[in-house]
Design a protein around this ligand. Structure first.
Ligand code: CP
Length: 309
């Protein structure tokens, strides 16, 4: 298969296993490119991409921008702060104005779940979801699974626990879809209040005991508490959360086998993970960031192939 089955990347839910395999195969080639002295290919010289971010971002925004530059695309950067969104302009009007400048593809982060899908149905450009509220963050899940494959050889059959604020996490949902499509077993672990009530419908294991979850897994993906999305308290204090669900060296060293530690970032050091774990040999956090560029190059390249030129 040389083509994606989708015209936009709004979520992992819509991708087939073959789509994910194709993205990984393409990312393998781009990873080789970005490790060369000349890290650039001319593939998208005729393509213009707008990065429109209605929410804060460090990794995703920079990673997409670098991926676009490595592919030789022309780039427009838009952030909602400082834009006419503050004067009441709608999402569709904002994007249609950007598209009238002959833009071919839009990478969007937005606080509303479903915003990327909505846009893909309303405008004439390829859309990539860079995170839509608490819904999906597809390129994060792709780079996470790719990093597991790189570290452990395969994803099929591996046991992955996602620990933390599952309720407010787009990374958790996209990871669950992606890992299951690739044949991994998934567990979520956290306080009862931070695990959605219908989680069992996604065919994942559920634990409220960090040690038990870590003994079960091959890989632990530690998530931060998304305080900015919490209007009420879900646990007594960050200190108590950290005592029950924070990953520290003492727990890690006491496990019966060596596990791989991941985190999508941004890290809240001392809350969900201690510095000695985040910076340890078992952590692949910075490999995830490196792989993010290759994965995003692959997704952009494969969707650009579907543009009528
Ligand atoms: N992992 C991630 O989405 O990080 P940013 O919010 O910094 O983009």
């Amino acid at each position: 298969m040389n083509n994606l089955s989708v015209d936009h990347l709004t979520g992992i839910k819509d991708l087939s296993k073959e789509d994910i395999d194709l993205i990984f195969k393409t990312a393998d080639s781009f990873k080789e490119v970005i490790n060369r002295p000349i890290k650039k290919v001319p593939s998208l010289r005729d393509i213009t991409i707008a990065n429109i971010f209605f929410e804060n971002s460090t990794r995703t925004k920079l990673s997409f921008e670098l991926a676009e530059k490595r592919l030789s695309a022309d780039i427009l950067n838009f952030s909602a702060s400082g834009s006419s969104v503050k004067k009441g302009e709608t999402l569709i009007d904002t994007v249609n104005n950007i598209l009238s400048m002959k833009v071919d593809m839009v990478i969007m982060r937005h606080p509303n779940p479903g915003a990327a899908l909505f846009l893909s149905q309303k405008v004439n450009a390829k859309i990539i979801n860079a995170g839509d509220g608490t819904h999906e963050h597809p390129t994060q899940a792709l780079l996470d699974a790719y990093s597991i494959r790189e570290k452990l050889g395969v994803v099929q059959g591996k046991k992955v626990v996602i620990v933390g604020d599952i309720l407010h996490s787009r990374v958790a949902l996209s990871n669950i879809y992606c890992l299951q499509k690739l044949g991994a077993e998934v567990m979520v672990c956290g306080p009862t209040t931070l695990i959605p009530k219908d989680m069992h419908l996604l065919n994942v294991k559920i634990s409220h005991n960090l040690r038990e979850a870590l003994e079960w897994c091959d890989v632990a993906n530690m998530l931060r508490i998304q305080s900015e999305r919490q209007e009420i308290s879900y646990f007594p204090s960050l200190r108590e959360y950290s005592m029950q669900f924070g990953l520290n060296k003492e727990i890690l060293n006491s496990l019966s086998k060596e596990i791989v530690v991941m985190h999508p970032g941004p890290i809240n050091r001392g809350v969900e993970i201690t510095s000695d774990v985040a910076d340890s040999k078992q952590s692949i956090i910075l490999n995830q960031v490196e792989n993010g560029v290759a994965i995003r190059m692959a997704v952009i390249y494969l969707l650009a192939a579907k543009i009528d030129r």
